[in-house]
Design a protein around this ligand. Structure first.
Ligand code: SAM
Length: 296
């Protein structure tokens, strides 16, 4: 267990939060930053705001990273302080560069939060709980709930282990990638398919040996639970609602969304559909928004 967390921490300290461009981190490899997808991605990031209280004393950002996207700043806009909690010191140093005195920065494990009960008026945890060993994920949800003030909301974003919607899209994606591959080969280009790597890597490889075992890793340990688990296990301990955060994967976006294919309009339509059927897209798309309300 400890090795998994050490591996995750080493990865983010030494790889994930290294800047690879102006204000862009290695971790952005997992996001589609192309102009054609920008508006859609931004609006999906903002979806958390409508569930959070708009003002309060402390907002907890569990696994804050460096607060890497502009929309993330909106979550704590009306709060006195944003408490950035992360296992990676590099993440917190970068977060402080972004929000300075608006933030409080705490190196800690989100499965054992060092905060008193009911300390936060709101909480967010994006793409973080999946880095915990499977057996500790429920404990992390419990910690979010314990530290939430009455009437507060926690908004959690994580990928599902699989998505019905993406399975339906798979044959089309496969076809397009083959056609593109053939096109590139005919044009004499080397094919380099750089896909986000989300596979679990439970064994710990210390950073000093990375070079000996095939170079620096692109990703680190993840373990994902499905919707049935969230409803039964998390739902047993606290009230949860599964809504949509973003229903398509980065792979889908990079393969099928292009300006010459009407990509912007397509994404506007997709967003409108997600808004109309948030529960269906939440459970069947790639990334749910799990909303936990502490109402008494
Ligand atoms: C994929 S990044 C997401 C960062 C940010 N929430 C975002 O969406 O850009 C995951 C972050 O969670 C942190 N993390 C992973 N396991 C953690 C743990 N057990 N406790 C606290 N932070 C953790 C990592 O250091 C990293 O900064």
């Amino acid at each position: 267990m400890v090795n998994i967390k050490q591996q995750v921490k080493d990865f983010y300290d030494q790889v994930g939060w290294q800047e690879v461009g102006e204000g862009v981190y290695q971790n952005a490899h997992y996001e589609d930053l192309r102009p054609v997808s920008r508006a859609y991605i931004h609006r999906c990031h903002l979806r958390l705001v409508r569930h959070l209280k708009h003002s309060g004393r402390f907002l907890l950002d569990a696994g804050s990273g460096p607060i890497q996207y502009p929309a993330y700043l909106e979550y704590s806009r009306g709060y006195q302080r944003r408490v950035c909690a992360d296992i990676s010191i590099t993440a917190l140093v970068e977060a402080r560069r972004r929000i300075g005195p608006h933030g409080l920065y705490v190196v800690c494990d989100i499965a054992n939060l060092p905060f008193r009960a009911e300390a936060f008026d709101g909480a967010v945890a994006l793409h973080t709980i999946h880095h915990l060993p499977e057996g500790e994920q429920l404990q992390a949800y419990g910690e979010l709930f314990r530290t939430l003030a009455p009437e507060g909301t926690a908004a959690v974003v994580n990928g599902w282990p699989g998505s019905r919607l993406m399975r339906w899209a798979e044959p089309v994606m496969h076809l397009i990638r083959r056609v593109k591959g053939i096109g590139r080969r005919l044009a004499g280009h080397r094919i380099s398919e750089s896909e986000p790597d989300t596979a679990s890597r439970p064994s710990y490889i210390p950073p000093e040996t990375w070079n000996k075992v095939g170079g620096t890793p692109k990703g680190t340990f993840t373990a994902r639970h499905d919707a049935a688990w969230v409803k039964s296990e998390v739902g047993r301990a606290m009230p949860v609602e599964i809504l949509v955060w973003r229903s398509v994967s980065v792979r889908f976006l990079r393969t099928l969304v292009h300006p010459w294919l009407g990509g912007r309009l397509g994404l506007r339509l997709l967003y409108a559909l997600e808004e109309r059927f948030p529960h269906w897209f939440g459970e069947n798309g790639q990334y749910p928004l799990i909303v936990i309300k502490k109402s008494f």
